[in-house]
Design a protein around this ligand. Structure first.
Ligand SMILES: NC(=O)c1ccc[n+]([C@@H]2O[C@H](COP(=O)([O-])OP(=O)(O)OC[C@H]3O[C@@H](n4cnc5c(N)ncnc54)[C@H](O)[C@@H]3O)[C@@H](O)[C@H]2O)c1
Length: 258
């Protein structure tokens, strides 16, 4: 069964500057497309140039504002701060931040070293905090903002070989609740999104198997794959003025798994 094909548009997103981390592939790429189709001025950060530039080429003829790609390794915080400065100079300060980039590499509990732990936290958690810190002053000056932090249901379901990733994803919910209080007085909303199993290209290539599919269709209420666009449409709503009173929340999108 496929999802329906007629969807909402959000006039409040037209012309808005939207910053998406990890926008070259997966849910991030679906989000770059869906925000650009709403008429937003989208900037995205990634370190995989080939899919990033292909996405820009694909979207440029069909959206009001061509997306801006800036190469950035998000584990390098000074580089992230400088990339956000560059984007603010070119497009104006972001009013919407989608903290999306992550990497769910499997790791054996026994083999995690302090260096690997730090690296996983840098890829999956640390940049979200510093991206929020960097965009907050511009959102305060604009009088509003929406920050959406991608967590996961992975730390709420039985899962092995992902301990450090899961710790980062749980901390993202704690960060969301802290920052929503820090920034709420400036009318900046902060929400977390917790996807379940989303059928991205990478998930299909590395992890999807007949057994896993059968497991998913047992545990989920919906007996089908959940697609990146379906997550991106939740992000549209949380970024738009249609969700103007929603902050400090965790939004699960998992086809009814947890
Ligand atoms: N796909 C799922 O099933 C699923 C489930 C739960 C949560 N999530 C979360 O959703 C978000 C998107 O996941 P996805 O499945 O689309 O991932 P993906 O691997 O398909 O895409 C992630 C993007 O982030 C980029 N990236 C990774 N490390 C980076 C770095 N150091 N600097 C810059 N860019 C970097 C990658 O190059 C890639 O383009 C993540 O936060 C992930 O944890 C995904």
């Amino acid at each position: 069964m496929t999802p329906p094909s007629v969807f909402a548009s959000y006039p409040s997103l037209a012309g808005k500057v939207v910053l998406i981390s990890g926008g070259a592939q997966g849910i991030g790429a679906a989000s770059v497309e869906i925000f650009a189709l709403q008429g937003a001025r989208v900037a995205f950060l990634d370190l995989t140039d080939e899919p990033a530039l292909a996405l820009v080429d694909d979207l440029t003829p069909r959206v009001p504002h061509a997306p801006l790609y800036v190469h950035c390794d998000l584990t390098d915080i000074p580089a992230l701060q400088s990339a956000i400065g560059e984007i603010s100079t070119i497009l104006g300060p972001p009013q919407i931040l989608i903290n999306n980039a992550a990497s769910d590499d499997r790791h054996s509990f026994a083999e995690v070293t302090p260096e690997y732990w730090d690296q996983r936290m840098a890829v999956n958690l640390r940049h979200q905090f510093f991206a929020a810190q960097a965009v907050a002053p511009g959102m305060k000056s604009a009088g509003s903002g929406s920050i959406i932090n991608m967590s996961s249901i992975s730390w709420l379901i039985p899962s092995a070989s992902l301990a450090v990733y899961n710790m980062a994803k749980a901390a993202i919910v704690a960060m969301t609740r802290s920052l929503s209080h820090e920034l709420g007085p400036s009318n900046i909303r902060v929400n977390a999104v917790l996807p379940g199993a989303i059928l991205t290209e990478k998930q299909r290539r590395l992890y999807m198997s007949a057994d896993y599919e059968q497991h998913l269709f047992t545990v989920q209420c919906l007996k089908r794959h959940i697609l990146p666009d379906e997550v991106a449409r939740l992000l549209l709503f949380l970024a738009s003025d249609d969700s103007s009173a929603i902050t400090n929340q965790s939004h699960v999108i998992d086809g009814g798994w947890i």
